[in-house]
Design a protein around this ligand. Structure first.
Ligand SMILES: *Cc1c(COP(=O)(O)O)cnc(C)c1O
Length: 455
């Protein structure tokens, strides 16, 4: 770390100095001043993980209004996967913003929307005939996937899982498992949503080796006996749960669910909003076990920070909906489509799927060696650049949210942006941009290590 006078970069992106640099305490005086304004102007329901106000970001750093440069292990929650202000994104969006900013694709269409859909149809798992349409947010994608599944099957029930997160709209909040903060006092919830056990290896009562088979058997039994498989429109699941704490379902669980869905005419919806676009060391996390979902929902990493999301699925399902039954004013905005095309180019040109694997190969061994030394770490898990540690009371599996919060706070104070997650608030999750350097990655891990040894 170098200590210098506040440095004011001209632009963000990868040309920002790739270094951690603390010139004030975190947050500094300018950020504190803006945070006071935020508290007066914005309701507390909109929370803040780390109250530094950002002026620039790129590569593996976020620069704040006081001139501090922080290491980014969050990517704005898995969004700036290709890096912040990534050059191809900037270039294409700048050109587009000068050409036209909006027409509404449902009024007078434009080519970039179609091109994004063509690419999604080609790149998502499975070589069957597909269709895609574009919306604004992950929640909107999941909600639309359920609309399509219900319409196409003529059925109503939707099956979701413990620890699942699917968004904050009425339907997706209902699909989400965790009460606080997502659901508390926001009811009544949407009807016909049924929750099943998740194959959560670390916490499976009879041990991780039995987890996949037993969890699948329980889910299938409950679906069959309590709902009736013929009443189920869709099974909605994240191939690695995000907000729930980066829970990788035990191997075999997803294939068994998919097989059951297929046998019973149930639409299998993969919510890849957080796991998609090279994040996990595959273009899509479903690829890890060869899962070919009927519908896949994507968002977050799709457009480098511009608001975009997509529903991609079997042509016969998506084509079932009547003309005009799907859409929205802003869905597939031309700026966001240009950004998505730039993201896909960047993933390919910079070999980012491979880069995500390499990031996992750097992080996992270091975290596992920390787990040997710090018995507060109960589990190390994840794939590619989607890695987490679950913290417990030493010698037990009791969730340790207090220590998790304290470690996060100490990382923040040292200039490392980390996020927490988990139903019990006891998971530290790491989502570095794939544009981060090995040096910053290692430095970030050292900060984490120091924070763990100090609690
Ligand atoms: C973030 C997230 C959503 C919701 O996306 P928004 O864009 O915030 O609406 C849905 N599903 C998963 C798995 C997510 O991580």
């Amino acid at each position: 770390m170098s200590i210098e006078s506040p440095h004011q970069p001209v632009t963000g992106g990868p040309s920002l100095p790739q270094e951690r640099r603390l010139v004030t305490e975190i947050p500094g005086p300018r950020s504190r001043e803006m945070f006071a304004r935020k508290q007066a102007a914005v309701p507390p329901g909109i929370g803040t993980t780390l109250p530094v106000f950002v002026t620039h970001a790129g590569g593996g750093v976020v620069v704040d209004a006081d001139g501090n440069s922080l290491i980014d292990f969050g990517s704005g929650i898995a969004v700036t996967t290709v890096g912040n202000a990534a050059p191809r994104v900037v270039e294409r969006v700048q050109k587009q913003v000068a050409d036209f900013t909006h027409t509404c694709f449902m009024v007078t269409p434009y080519e970039s929307y179609v091109e994004v859909c063509e690419k999604l149809n080609r790149l998502t798992p499975g070589d069957h005939d597909k269709r895609s349409f574009l919306v604004n947010s992950g929640a909107e994608a999941v909600e639309n996937a359920v609309k399509v599944a219900r319409h196409a099957t003529g059925r109503q029930a939707v099956v979701v899982f413990d620890h699942g997160y699917h968004g904050r709209t009425l339907l997706t909040m209902t699909l989400t498992a965790k009460n606080m903060p997502y659901k508390h006092r926001f009811g009544p919830y949407a009807p016909e949503v049924y929750r099943m056990p998740m194959a959560y290896p670390f916490r499976w009562p009879t041990g991780p080796e039995n987890c996949a088979e037993e969890a699948a058997a329980q889910a299938i039994d409950a679906i069959t006996k309590q709902i009736g498989a013929e009443n189920v429109a869709a099974i909605v699941i994240e191939p690695i749960q995000g907000e729930g704490g980066f829970i990788e379902p035990a191997k075999g669980f997803l294939p068994r669910l998919l097989e059951f869905a297929k046998a019973n005419g149930i639409v299998f919806i993969a919510d890849e909003v957080q796991t998609g676009f090279a994040r996990t060391g595959h273009l899509f996390a479903c690829e890890d076990e060869g899962i070919v979902p009927d519908i896949i929902c994507t968002a977050k990493g799709i457009a480098g920070g511009l608001p975009l999301a997509a529903v991609t699925g079997r042509a016969e399902l998506l084509d079932a909906v009547h003309v005009g039954g799907l859409g929205g004013t802003y869905g597939g905005n031309p700026l966001a489509c240009e950004a998505a095309l730039a993201v896909l180019d960047t993933i390919e040109a910079d070999n980012l799927v491979e880069r995500a694997r390499r990031i996992g190969d750097i992080m996992l061994p270091r975290l596992r060696s920390m787990a040997e030394r710090f018995d507060v770490i109960g589990d190390v898990r994840g794939r590619g650049a989607m890695i987490a540690i679950e913290l417990v009371t030493p010698g037990t599996k009791e969730p340790n949210a207090a220590v998790t919060g304290e470690v996060a706070k100490r990382c923040h104070a040292e200039g490392l942006v980390v996020l927490t997650a988990g139903t019990y608030g006891n998971v530290l999750r790491f989502l570095p941009p794939l544009a981060i350097s090995d040096e910053l990655l290692e430095e970030g891990l050292s900060i984490l290590e120091k924070a763990l040894s100090s609690v």
